[in-house]
Design a protein around this ligand. Structure first.
Ligand code: GDP
Ligand code: MG
Length: 166
């Protein structure tokens, strides 16, 4: 099995932390290359059964004027290329306009979307379900994964499930 998975989320939710974990080291060379080559590959996960290539979703931003009203072409082309989309939010922060904007864009995307609630190492367990509900009542996620990108909680389990869908 193999496939491409896009990660999208507002700044600071932990996308880079997650992708760095995939290869076990920082990919400084690729990051600096990205601007010139438009190479969106940020992390690769490989095990005996599967390879998952994680790609960044550049160019998704809040509209500043009418011309920006629709999702940026770069984000759209990323979503068209991939097999699945991980929408990452921070479990320690309230849903904000940045999260809402991305979720609204995802409502028009015809690929499976997974909700990843990151930073569960830093939240009270009682706060998790109400947080998830704020998102789930608006968008029909294929699955919801609470994880800690920093400490690795639930990351192997999520990868196992993801690879089965590819
Ligand atoms: P990005 O902007 O989405 O790429 O977010 P980063 O990966 O740069 O992370 C933003 C901040 O959140 C950094 O200070 C990270 O150390 C922190 N962070 C990321 N993942 C976790 C997590 O699982 N738990 C906690 N407590 N902090 C995290
Ligand atoms: Mg980042």
């Amino acid at each position: 099995r193999s496939g491409f998975v896009a990660i999208v989320g507002r700044p600071n939710v932990g996308k880079s932390t997650f992708m760095n974990r995939m290869i076990g080291e920082k990919i400084a060379i690729m990051s600096s290359k990205a601007q010139t080559t438009r190479n969106k590959i940020q992390g690769i996960y490989t095990d005996d059964n599967a390879q998952i290539v994680f790609v960044d979703t550049p160019g998704i931003h809040k509209p500043h004027n009418e011309l920006d009203e629709y999702m940026d072409q770069a984000a759209l082309s990323t979503f068209n290329e991939v097999d699945a989309i991980l929408f990452m939010i921070s479990g320690v922060d309230k849903k904000g306009p940045g999260d809402q904007y991305i979720m609204d864009q995802l409502k028009n995307v015809k690929k499976p979307v997974y909700l990843v609630v990151n930073k569960i190492d830093a939240i009270h367990p009682d706060d998790l379900l109400p947080m998830i509900e704020q998102y789930r009542h608006e968008l029909d996620f294929k699955a919801v994964y609470p994880i800690s990108a920093l400490e690795g909680n639930n990351v192997p389990e999520m990868l196992k499930e993801l690879e089965l869908t590819l």
